[in-house]
Design a protein around this ligand. Structure first.
Ligand SMILES: Cc1cc2nc3c(=O)[nH]c(=O)nc-3n(C[C@H](O)[C@H](O)[C@H](O)COP(=O)(O)O)c2cc1C
Length: 458
């Protein structure tokens, strides 16, 4: 059955437990807070987002410092290009304690954590937060992460996704290993829980062998909300099968519109309701009291704050290619494009902005490291709301993942200047209507596979 489309946008905040936002020059911006090693920093940002009634806040993650460039993390450390990434379960525990409604999402890798650990982490968070947990599934990107986990080379792209499929199956089984109502708590008879409703999953697959049951009972959401952001063909298939929320990074509305249609078709092909899956492009907003103020800030972020070496370090990171043999003023030739996997799409996007001028590595790296991966909405509250509305109403997206140029200012400005405007247009919520994140997103609580299959005590 296909349900009708939500008439309001889903709003997600894109956070980093780090010295920088996704914009790697953010630490140099004068009003960026510097207490990112203090839990109150995260609590403050989360409260602000809850005041703005964001549906969800989520943290990205990487399990290594950028260290592809020059085979060393030195430049990432020197220029503050994401050398810090805190453990997310601890951060979200602190955030859960001071919020009541907003969803709490974290990125966990299927390549470098075991499924039991991930299932347990999110089940715990879901209980302790009253049903607000969300897992962003990533397969991780490069060799630097592999080397922190005793492996020389990151495994191949499609194989990573094959492994991730089995990983998520195991996690889902573990989450279902306790049926609802298993805990009896009968003090009189001494029976705590019904063993017929708690299942060993006995999973033996190609990649994992897991006995179960999980040591955490079934959670308020049954299954924490699943996020996925795969952009490749294989990634999109994976997302179609598993994700409740799909994050994208399409640079223009036309590209996003095609992506939206294709991804919804893929969801339908898997037998799921396409309207139950939300496509959310990552977007930067730079809001100001006047357009001139916003444009002035944009110019600072685009041209002044990201050190060119930080940019190059990050370009090496995302492409898994060491650019240390190049100078920043080298031209980006066809030969270079052919030799670096994953760079072609990026180059095509940047070419649109530089026109016929010679494209240098400096320009390419700067675009990648600054603000050009998703749409950028700049202006007053009404101007930004207008652009977001156009994307939403043209079925280019179901909402947005709002990325911050700096913390906490970018979100304060968004909540103060843009949210009231979106509200007055009826495009975002004015109250949290549900108890759990799934309820707030109008997503069903999945049936328990053991109960559904009548699988008592396997
Ligand atoms: C909004 C957004 C957030 C992402 N967060 C992470 C992250 O935290 N960690 C990570 O390794 N990859 C992250 N990614 C990258 C994706 O998981 C994925 O690896 C990438 O889009 C490439 O897709 P592919 O593997 O299907 O080619 C993110 C992507 C987007 C669009």
């Amino acid at each position: 059955m296909t349900t009708s489309r939500q008439d309001q946008m889903t709003l997600v905040a894109f956070l980093q437990a780090s010295n920088v936002s996704v914009y790697s020059g953010s630490w140099r911006y004068p009003s960026s807070a510097t207490d990112y090693l203090d839990l109150r920093y995260y609590q403050r940002i989360a409260r602000e987002l809850e005041d703005g009634m964001f549906d969800l806040l989520f943290f990205d993650d990487r399990l290594a410092m950028p260290s592809i460039y020059g085979g060393s993390p030195a430049e990432a450390v020197r220029y503050g290009a994401r050398p810090i990434k805190l453990d997310l379960s601890t951060v979200l525990g602190a955030v859960a304690a001071v919020t009541e409604h907003i969803g709490l999402g974290a990125t966990y890798s299927t390549t470098y954590y075991p499924p039991f650990h991930v299932a347990r982490t999110f089940a715990t968070l879901d209980h302790l937060s009253g049903g607000r947990a969300a897992w962003n599934i990533v397969t991780s990107v490069n060799d630097a992460e592999a080397q922190n986990f005793g492996v020389d080379r990151h495994i191949g792209h499609d194989k990573r996704y094959d492994r991730a499929e089995e990983f998520v199956e195991v996690v889902a089984k573990l989450w279902d290993s306790w049926e609802d109502g298993a805990i009896v708590g009968d003090r009189e008879s001494g029976v705590f829980a019904d063993p017929d409703l708690v299942h060993e999953i006995d999973h033996r697959g190609e990649y994992f062998t897991v006995r179960g049951p999980l040591t955490v009972p079934r959670t308020p959401q049954g299954r924490p909300v699943i996020i996925q952001a795969g952009q490749s063909g294989r990634g999109r298939q994976f997302a179609a099968k598993w994700a409740d929320l799909i994050f994208t990074s399409d640079p223009s509305r036309q590209i996003a519109q095609d992506h939206y249609r294709q991804q919804k078709e893929l969801v339908q092909e898997t037998g799921r309701d396409p309207e139950s899956v939300r496509l959310l492009p990552m977007a930067y907003t730079i809001a100001g009291e006047t357009e001139a103020i916003a444009r002035e800030k944009e110019a600072v972020f685009l041209d002044q704050l990201v050190h060119p070496m930080a940019s190059l370090t990050l370009l090496s990171e995302v492409t898994n290619h060491d650019f240390a043999g190049h100078s920043l003023d080298d031209e980006v030739t066809d030969e270079l494009i052919d030799s670096v996997s994953g760079i072609r799409g990026l180059v095509q996007g940047v070419r649109k902005h530089v026109g016929d001028r010679k494209l240098t590595l400096r320009t390419l790296a700067n675009h990648r490291a600054t603000l050009l991966q998703g749409p950028r909405f700049v202006g007053t509250g009404p101007q930004i709301a207008e652009q977001m509305q156009e994307w939403f109403e043209s079925r280019s997206c179901d909402g947005f993942v709002i990325a911050a140029t700096h913390f906490p200012g970018a979100f304060e400005e968004f909540v103060r200047l843009v949210v009231p405007e979106l509200r007055s247009r009826g495009l975002v919520r004015t109250e949290y209507t549900g108890g759990t994140l799934r309820e707030n997103l109008s997503l069903d609580r999945p049936a328990n596979q053991f109960a559904a299959e009548g699988h008592a005590n396997p």
